[in-house]
Design a protein around this ligand. Structure first.
Ligand code: IPM
Ligand code: MG
Length: 358
């Protein structure tokens, strides 16, 4: 019997198919995996009229891990509340697979520090993790229109806050073990205005009391947005609710100047399959040209091996190979600064495969 891990690949839209094909080559070089490629997003709307079919959700639930490219594009942009949208596929997967914890690590690759919009001395030593609650809050609350008004509701329960807080404290402790030094969590809310945020703060404080080895601070979200650009290297693990996490994780990603480099993991209950995807979107303007940067997808595959499949050494090999290739000066167009020569998706993938083979 073949007991190789079963990976569902969801290439999606735009550059998704190119970067997922590159990641598949990388994984095939590393070991034995059983792949099952499925439609999700705009491509699924075109084929089936919905962004995520029941069959695809079932395949994902039955897998060991899911690797996603990106979804969406101008072809499916609409404000019609009844028209299908690619993003519904992503939200359906998060809810349907119970993926409540979204981990977005931000660490500028040493070779790319000069790409940051911040001064080198401000960005130096930045190494943080955004832990975003992913299945609650305003994204999944009751919403609708009534005549000329519209509403979206934000709701959180104690249980929802507790489990994401625990995930953040565990992640912070893990990071501190790897790196040395104290484990630190910054919880972000809007407790001066929102009731859900006051509940959030109360529950996170209780979880903090039960984890006295981890330092806990609370920041209001507007202040957090400001501190992230003024002193990014002071942050370690940031935990926040769904919408604040959406916004702060894009801000954190841009600190490095290379959104094209950042991976993410969405995890559910222990033992359940996770979903791994690059943070950047589907970049429809460059789709099909062979110039998409596959590195964030490679690093997402590394997170999949580490967090989803228990293959930490292979994950480390991917991360080292990506750093080595950047260190040798290879750049896709999104990473290049003026005057630097660039390579395409295939060339940078070949170079990573060569490093892996060594
Ligand atoms: C993200 C994206 C999604 C979100 C969109 C595509 C629905 O921005 O993963 O951060 O808002 O969660
Ligand atoms: Mg986002």
């Amino acid at each position: 019997m073949n007991d190789a891990p079963r990976i569902v690949l969801l290439p999606g839209d735009g550059i998704g198919p190119e970067i997922v094909a590159a990641a598949r080559r990388l994984l095939e070089e590393l070991g034995d995996y059983r792949f099952n490629e499925q439609l999700m997003g705009g491509c699924s709307i075109d084929e089936h009229g919905v962004a995520l079919t029941e069959d695809v959700l079932a395949a994902c639930r039955e897998s060991d891990a899911v690797l996603l490219g990106a979804v969406g594009g101008p072809k499916w942009d609409t404000t019609d509340p009844d028209a299908p949208r690619p993003e519904q596929g992503l939200l359906g997967l998060r809810k349907g697979m119970g993926l409540y914890a979204n981990l977005r690590p931000v660490r500028p690759s040493p070779a790319l520090v000069s790409a940051s919009p911040l001064r080198p001395e401000v960005i130096a030593n930045t190494d943080l993790l955004v832990v975003r609650e992913l299945t609650g809050g305003i994204y999944f609350g009751q919403s609708g229109r009534d005549g000329d008004t519209a509403h979206d509701t934000c709701e959180y329960s104690v249980d929802e806050v507790e489990r994401i807080a625990r995930a953040a404290f565990d992640a912070a402790r893990h990071r501190a073990e790897g790196r040395g030094g104290d484990a630190r969590v910054t919880s972000v809310d809007k407790a001066n205005v929102l009731e859900t945020s006051r509940l959030w703060r109360e529950v996170v404080t209780q979880v903090g009391d039960a984890n006295p080895d981890v330092q806990l601070e609370h920041l209001l979200v507007d202040n957090a947005a400001m501190q992230l650009v003024s002193r990014p290297s002071d942050f370690d693990t940031i935990v926040t609710e769904n919408l604040f996490g959406d916004i702060l994780s894009d801000e954190s990603a841009m600190l490095t100047g290379s959104l094209g480099m950042l991976p993410s993991a969405s995890l559910g209950a222990d033992g359940a399959p996770g979903l791994f995807e690059p943070v950047h979107g589907s970049a429809p303007d460059i789709a099909g040209q062979g110039v998409a940067n596959p590195l964030a997808t490679f690093l997402s595959a590394a997170m999949m091996l580490r967090h989803g499949l228990g293959q930490a050494d292979r994950a480390g090999r991917i991360e080292a190979a990506v750093d080595a290739v950047l260190g040798r000066g290879l750049r896709t167009p999104d990473l290049a600064t003026a005057g630097e020569s660039t390579v395409g998706t295939d060339e940078i993938t070949d170079a990573v495969l060569v490093e892996i083979g060594q």
